[in-house]
Design a protein around this ligand. Structure first.
Ligand code: ZN
Ligand code: ZN
Ligand code: ZN
Length: 302
């Protein structure tokens, strides 16, 4: 399971001890985002880790993630948005790539620098402008290959959630990807050798490491969540008061949990004017149970 690409990946990265990669990334992202809005420092909205496990419940490694809001609330059409952020990241040594717009007026991009990754997002209206950065998975005991996904990095474009069986590795955890165990003692054959995805691969997710949202309906039942989660009502919650800025509202929901207990969620945001007030809507899909989540806030006019 030693990662053959690891040496190459790390060549272009700063010489940071693995256990310090989280704090390096945090400082680097703050500095990069500050270049865009020198008078409005980015706000760290939430920081967390994704535990990574094999068959045992105890984690064998973890990844550090940092979410920050850039530019505050006063972004006007003339203010630097996602393109400005992409330019700042490119200037700081990141390889950036725009994604297809995820909604009307919303824009998204990915960035990579060595083993570090980031997701850049711009809401509509203008909504929030955010950077989510993550480190490679750090393994204190032994050097393992990187899993396809961890809890927070499952491909949201496909509405996926982490595979319950392989925890994002994509490999069969019984044999750890080695379906035949030979040697002088005899010849063993793991049951995964006969599966459609090929020997050594996870049977449940066919080696992808993630499951489509539809596959999570059983889990939704287990948590007592409503089955029909894609109705428009779910996306139109009553508007809450109590926040004087969109950044505060965003920080608030980033610390709320889904009914299943999971807080990880890639939030999208639209700010619009209604009845002389600003209305900020947040929507996302829970990265634990794939439920649609939504919040709305009325904000004072700027
Ligand atoms: Zn799997
Ligand atoms: Zn196996
Ligand atoms: Zn959930």
């Amino acid at each position: 399971m030693t990662d053959p690409a690891a040496g190459q990946e790390h060549r272009s990265t700063p010489a940071v001890p693995a256990e310090e990669s989280g704090s390096w990334l945090r400082g680097h992202l703050l500095e990069t985002a500050s270049a865009l809005y020198p008078d409005r420092p980015p706000v760290v909205v939430r920081e967390w880790t994704d535990p990574v496990r094999l068959r045992d419940p105890a984690p064998v490694g973890h990844r550090f993630l940092s979410l920050m809001a850039v530019g505050g609330d006063d972004r006007r059409p003339s203010s630097p948005g996602l393109q400005g952020l992409l330019d700042a990241f490119a200037a700081a040594g990141w390889t950036v790539r725009r994604q297809a717009p995820c909604g009307p007026g919303e824009n998204e991009a990915t960035a990579r620098r060595g083993p570090f990754r980031a997701r850049l997002y711009e809401g509509a209206g203008p909504g929030i402008l955010t950077v989510t950065g993550w480190t490679p998975v750090v393994f204190p005991e032994e050097h393992l290959a990187q899993p396809h996904f961890t809890l927070s990095t499952v491909d949201v474009d496909t509405d996926g959630v982490l595979c319950d069986d392989c925890h994002g590795w994509g490999m069969c955890l019984l044999c750890e990807g080695r379906p035949y165990s030979g040697g002088s003692g005899g010849y063993g054959r793991c049951w995964c050798a006969a599966n459609n995805a090929g020997p050594g691969n996870c049977v449940e997710c066919a080696g992808r490491g993630s499951l489509p949202a539809e596959a999570m309906s059983w889990k939704r039942k287990e948590y007592g969540l409503p089955e029909a989660d894609d109705g428009d009502t779910a996306r139109r919650p009553p508007a809450e008061n109590g926040h004087d800025s969109n950044t505060h509202a965003f920080t608030d929901i980033s610390h709320r949990s889904c009914a299943c207990g999971e807080f990880r969620c890639f939030w999208r945001n639209t700010v619009s004017e209604a009845d002389g007030r600003l209305l900020s809507r947040f929507v996302g899909r829970c990265q634990g149970c794939a439920a649609r989540r939504a919040y709305a806030f009325t904000l004072p006019r700027r």
